[in-house]
Ligand binder design. Structure first.
Ligand SMILES: [Zn+2]
Length: 59
């Protein structure tokens, strides 16, 4: 599984800037922007692991 050339888990647009991620019970979700990350976090709040931020992610 590659983290590159992935599409946003919310709007399905190609991700051009990595770093917007959330850790959920169903795996790592990646987003194209902070807005999509925030919306996904609200919609899937009970699926987040911890606060949803990835310790190993590069912000
Ligand atoms: Zn998006």
């Amino acid at each position: 599984m590659s983290d590159e050339n992935k599409n946003c888990d919310l709007c399905q647009l190609p991700i051009e800037a990595p770093g917007f991620v959330l850790i959920t019970t169903s795996g790592l979700k990646q987003f194209c922007c902070e807005g999509c990350q925030g919306i996904y976090r609200m919609l899937h709040e009970d699926e987040l692991v911890g606060d949803g931020t990835a310790p190993a992610a590069s912000y």
